[in-house]
Write a new protein. Structure first.
Length: 406
């Protein structure tokens, strides 16, 4: 099969699609705004151990750090919920730069062309079809045309945001749908750690966000984040508060110290149109409750490549894109609707109600992926709601949102 594919951005999902499409004989070019050396944040990411084999790739040759349990805290920090990961599927941390380097190497081996320091400016359209992209490189702007544009340019994708309204694809996200996170790895100043080593804090310092502390052997990994904007004052206040509980947290940053933006919502209702397909953060393909998206993005990239590979010629690409969108919602997107409604519910109740929900066992570790509730546990949750009538209006809205989403 012949055809020209333009990939905007070297995101995980876009690279996964590029690898498999190039292997199938398509002419694939990836345009990335960063230099090859400058790609990726200087920290590790959590990855499902089966991700790479699931999408038909070898595991990256990098070290893995295993986490077998995660602790969750509410704003009061006086109740600790512990989620134990199955030893067969532990939480694995891998260096982001090493993962991207592995994917880039695989893309080149497959025959895809990689162009770095190339800033994608906007989509090029003709009637009801996306026909290419405009790219700025070395002070010049050039137009590239192809049979399909794969948008892997991230949460603020210039491709998606430049699409005409008539294409029916949401161009921008609401502020509360974007998680702004500051992450830094601090030098340890003592051998003191925490058990478990990975702890997540909700409504930390009464902020609508999610923070974490990971006590590693060599450093202390701190994330401070907010659903919406995040100020330097928010960051300083959170880190100072963590130092009260973690004696090992110094003031010397070893790595990181940067801010990232992540979409935290269900996937876009529509993310394909004639000549265009979004994947990864461009389509909000993340876990709504935590923002993790690497595994989802790579799986989506493989789905896109498989759908296109089944077509006999480029005239059938649009049908393949519809199949890709439907398959994503059936296999991944549908299961995230409840999580998205849950996130909105937890953000709506506020810090005080959230703390009561944990203390009265309305929320437990099972709500963060720990398993199903027994009949006795369900009754206990119902009793918790009865004891906390102020939460009932929020709970009713939550149930309505879940029904609407489905």
């Amino acid at each position: 099969m012949s055809g020209k594919i333009l990939v905007a951005g070297a995101g995980h999902g876009g690279l996964c699609a590029a690898i498999h499409l190039a292997k199938s004989g398509l002419d694939v070019t990836v345009f990335e705004k960063s230099s090859r050396e400058g790609m990726g944040y200087d920290w590790s990411d959590f990855v499902d151990v089966s991700t790479f084999s699931c999408v038909g790739l070898d595991d990256p040759p990098c070290e893995r750090e295993l986490f077998y349990a995660t602790a969750f805290f509410g704003p009061g920090k006086d109740v600790k919920l512990v989620k134990n990961h199955s030893k067969g599927r532990p939480c694995v941390a891998m260096e982001r730069k090493e993962i991207l380097c592995h994917l880039l190497d695989e893309a080149e081996k497959s025959g895809a062309k990689l162009i770095f320091n190339a800033q994608v400016k906007n989509a090029l359209t003709n009637g009801d079809r996306v026909v290419g992209i405009e790219v700025a490189q070395n002070g010049n702007e050039e137009k590239f045309y192809g049979d399909l544009v794969i948008d892997a340019a991230g949460v603020y994708s210039p491709v998606r945001r430049s699409l005409p309204e008539k294409f029916g694809i949401q161009r921008d996200f609401e502020d509360f749908e974007i998680y702004t996170g500051y992450r830094a790895l601090f030098q340890r100043k003592s051998n003191y750690g925490s058990s478990p080593r990975y702890s997540i804090y909700f409504y930390h310092c009464n902020r609508k966000g999610m923070d974490w502390v990971i006590t590693d052997n060599d450093y202390v990994d701190v994330l401070v984040g907010n659903f919406g904007e995040l100020s330097q004052k928010d960051i300083d206040e959170a880190i100072d508060d963590f130092r009260k509980d973690y004696d090992c947290l110094s003031d010397k940053i070893v790595r990181g110290g940067t801010i990232c933006k992540i979409p935290v919502r269900k996937a876009l209702d529509k993310f394909v149109c004639s000549g265009y397909a979004a994947v990864g953060d461009s389509a909000a393909m993340t876990e709504p409750l935590c923002g993790s998206g690497m595994t989802i993005s790579m799986r989506a990239g493989k789905m896109l490549a498989d759908a296109l590979a089944e077509t006999s010629n480029i005239s059938d690409f649009d049908k393949a894109l519809e199949k890709y969108e439907k398959e994503y919602f059936a296999r991944i997107g549908k299961s995230r609707l409840f999580d998205d409604a849950s996130k909105n519910f937890l953000l709506s109740v506020g810090a005080e109600k959230f703390d009561k929900m944990i203390k009265r066992k309305i929320l437990t570790e099972k709500d963060f992926g720990g398993g199903k509730y027994t009949f006795k546990e369900t009754l206990r949750r119902v009793w918790g709601f009865v004891r906390t009538p102020s939460i009932l209006p929020d709970a009713i809205r939550f149930l309505i949102d879940v029904k609407k989403a489905k």
